[in-house]
Design a protein around this ligand. Structure first.
Ligand SMILES: Cc1cc2nc3c(=O)[nH]c(=O)nc-3n(C[C@H](O)[C@H](O)[C@H](O)COP(=O)(O)OP(=O)(O)OC[C@H]3O[C@@H](n4cnc5c(N)ncnc54)[C@H](O)[C@@H]3O)c2cc1C
Length: 504
C-alpha cells in the first residue's frame, strides 16, 4: 500500500524532528523512525550545544576554533553558516521549550576542549535528552506531522532520476511505501561498526546504506572520532566516563598499576583526546589486555560523589565503587565526521534527497569535530534544508526501489561480530596500511557471504548489518586513499600527524 505526503523524514533524532517542524509549515510531513521516537544518539548527548552567546564571545572566534579543530579540511562557507546561525538556534530551542541551565547573567556557559571561550549551552549533563524532549513534544502537537514508530526504512524509491520516497517495514503493519516530493535522511551515526562505541543500538549506518544504494556521493568516512574513556563492562557498554574525571586528577594505569601516560606524552592524562586515545590503544596492544584503568582512589569519597553523581551511581550499580576501585576503561567510537555529501541547503547529489545531522557531511567538521558542534549542525542544516523545500515540486506516482534481502539472524549476528572485530583490529585509532588492506579483503568477503546466504524473513538486524558492511567499505577505502595523517586519521606507517583537540 502507498501513502503520500509532501515531505518524508527518515529518523527522529534532532535533525529529523527539527526538519519536520519547519517543513510542516509548507506541507504534510511523515516521520519514519525504526525504534521509539526518542531512541537516538541525540538523547544521549551529554555536554551541550555550542553557540557564541557569551559577552566576550563572537561568531568569528567560534569559526576560528571550528576551523582549527577541522585541521584544514573544513568547508569555510559551511562553518561560517553554522556559527552565524548558532545564537538564533539557541533562541529557537528555548522558544520550543528546551530548558537550559542559567546563572546570574543569563545562560550558564561551559567550556570544552578546543573552544577558546565558554560557549556550551547545556542542561546539566543530559542536554541531548532535554532537547529531544522539547522537539518531540512540539512534533506531537503539530497536526501536520505524522510519526510512525518501529518503522524501519529498507530502501529509497527512485522515479525518473529523482528520489520519490521510501519503503519501510512497519511493526505490525508490514511493508508500506511512502511517496513524497522530498525525502530527508536523518538516520544518525554508525558507531555499531565497532566493538566499543558510545552510540546506542540504532547507530547502524542505515543512511549510508540507503544513500549508497541510489548513488549519492559519500565522503570523509575515514574521519572517525573516538572517545578515550568509556566503561569496559558487559552491562554498561556504551557508558562514557567524562574527561572531567581526568581533569580532577584521575590517572590512567595498566593492569600492572603502571601510570603509562609517562611513556607517551608530557601532558600525561591531560594530553589532547586523540593522543590519550592512541596511548591507551598502544598500551592495550603492547600488554595484550582488554582495557586499562582510570584511578581516582586518591580523592576523598565525598568529593568524588559530589562532583560525579551520575557516574558514581551508574558504576555503583555494577559493583564499581569509584573511591576504592579502579574503573576499567577502553577507547570507543564516538562520532562519524564524514557522511552523505550535502550542500548548504542539505541537498545530496541525488535530486529530491536531502541529508542532515550525523549521517550528513556538510563540510563543517573537516578532519575532526569541535566539541558540541554536532547538535548545532543537526539543527542549522535541517532548517536550511526545510527552507529550501519547494512545496510545488512534482509528486511522483510511485517509483522503483532496490529489493533488500534479509538473512537468518544467527548469520547476521556472526557477520556483524566479525565486521566489528575487523574494524576494531584494523580500522581503529591507529591504522596501518597492511591492516587496512586486510580489512578491505575481509569486508569484501563478508559482503559476498551475506549475498550468498539464503533469503530469510524480514529482519531489521540483518539489513542493519548489511548497511554496516557498506559503510565499513567507505571507511576503509577512505582510510587507504588518505595518504597523509590529518586530524582523526592516523596511519602509523606515515609520519607524525598534526593532532587536534576534539570533542564531547
Ligand atoms: C554519548 C554521546 C554524547 C554526545 N555528546 C554530544 C554533545 O555534548 N554535544 C554535541 O553536539 N553532540 C554530542 N554527541 C553527538 C550528537 O548527539 C549526535 O551527533 C546528534 O545527536 C545526531 O543527531 P541526528 O538527528 O543526526 O541522529 P540521531 O539522534 O542518532 O537520530 C537518528 C534517528 O534515525 C533513526 N533511524 C536510523 N536508521 C533508520 C532506518 N533505517 N529507518 C528508520 N529510522 C532510522 C533512529 O532510530 C533515530 O531516530 C554525543 C553523542 C553521543 C553518542
Amino acid at each position: 500500500m502507498d501513502e503520500s505526503f509532501d515531505f518524508l523524514v527518515v529518523g527522529s533524532g534532532l535533525a529529523g524532528l527539527t526538519f519536520a517542524l519547519k517543513a510542516a509549515q509548507k506541507g504534510r510531513v511523515c516521520v519514519l523512525t525504526k525504534a521509539e521516537i526518542s531512541e537516538s544518539n541525540t538523547s544521549y548527548a551529554q555536554g551541550g550545544i555550542a553557540a557564541a552567546v557569551g559577552e566576550s564571545d563572537s561568531w568569528e572566534l567560534h569559526e576560528q576554533d571550528t576551523l582549527i579543530a577541522g585541521a584544514g579540511l573544513c568547508d569555510p562557507d559551511a562553518v561560517r553558516f553554522l556559527v552565524q546561525k548558532a545564537p538564533e538556534t539557541i533562541d529557537w530551542l528555548i522558544e520550543t521549550g528546551a530548558r537550559f541551565d542559567t546563572g546570574e547573567g543569563g545562560l550558564s556557559l561551559a567550556r570544552e576542549g578546543g573552544h577558546s571561550r565558554h560557549r556550551i549551552v547545556h542542561h546539566a549533563d543530559k542536554t541531548g535528552w532535554e532537547i529531544e524532549r522539547a522537539v518531540t513534544e512540539a512534533v506531537r502537537a503539530n497536526p501536520n506531522i505524522v510519526v510512525y514508530e518501529n518503522a524501519f526504512v529498507t530502501s529509497l524509491l527512485m522515479a525518473d532520476g529523482r528520489c520519490s520516497g521510501a519503503e519501510a517495514h512497519i511493526g505490525e503493519i508490514g511493508v508500506r511505501r511512502f511517496i513524497a516530493r522530498a525525502t530527508l535522511l536523518a538516520t544518525g551515526g554508525c558507531g555499531r561498526l565497532y566493538l566499543h562505541t558510545t552510540n546506542p543500538r540504532i547507530a547502524t549506518a542505515d543512511g549510508i546504506g540507503l544513500a549508497a544504494s541510489v548513488g549519492a556521493s559519500i565522503r570523509d568516512m575515514e574521519f572517525m572520532q573516538f572517545h578515550p574513556t568509556t566503561l569496559y563492562h558487559p552491562q554498561l557498554r556504551s557508558f562514557l566516563v567524562t574527561e572531567a574525571v581526568r581533569g580532577v586528577g584521575g590517572t590512567l594505569r595498566n593492569h600492572l598499576g603502571t601510570r603509562f601516560m609517562y611513556d607517551y606524552d608530557p601532558r600525561l592524562e591531560l594530553a589532547p583526546r586523540d593522543i590519550v586515545s592512541r596511548a591507551i590503544d598502544a598500551e592495550m596492544r603492547k600488554l595484550d589486555t582488554w582495557c586499562v584503568y582510570l584511578d581516582v582512589t586518591h580523592l576523598p569519597k565525598e568529593q568524588i560523589r559530589a562532583e560525579f553523581p551520575t557516574i558514581w551511581d551508574r558504576l555503583d550499580a555494577v559493583g564499581i565503587a569509584m573511591y576504592k576501585h579502579w574503573i576499567p576503561v577502553v577507547p570507543a567510537q564516538h562520532y562519524a565526521c564524514g557522511g552523505v555529501s550535502t550542500d548548504l541547503a542539505g541537498r545530496t547529489t541525488v535530486p529530491g534527497l536531502y541529508a542532515a545531522g550525523e549521517v550528513a557531511s556538510t563540510g563543517v567538521h573537516g578532519a575532526n569535530r569541535l566539541a558540541s558542534n554536532s547538535l548545532l549542525e543537526a539543527i542549522v542544516f535541517a532548517f536550511a534544508a526545510a527552507e529550501s523545500l519547494d512545496a510545488s515540486e512534482r509528486m511522483s506516482d510511485g517509483g522503483e526501489s532496490i529489493r533488500r534481502r534479509s538473512v537468518a539472524e544467527a548469520d547476521a549476528v556472526r557477520i556483524r561480530r566479525s565486521l566489528q572485530k575487523t574494524m576494531t583490529d584494523h580500522v581503529f585509532i591507529v591504522r596501518r596500511t597492511a591492516g587496512l588492506e586486510q580489512a578491505r579483503h575481509r569486508i569484501a568477503a563478508l559482503r559476498e557471504e551475506y549475498g550468498q546466504l539464503p533469503e530469510a524473513p524480514f529482519s531489521s538486524y540483518s539489513l542493519e548489518t548489511e548497511n554496516l558492511l557498506i559503510a565499513a567499505t567507505y571507511v576503509v577505502d577512505g582510510a587507504l586513499a588518505r595518504r597523509k595523517n590529518v586530524g582523526l586519521h592516523y596511519n602509523a606507517d606515515f609520519e607524525e600527524s598534526e593532532t587536534t583537540a576534539s570533542s564531547a
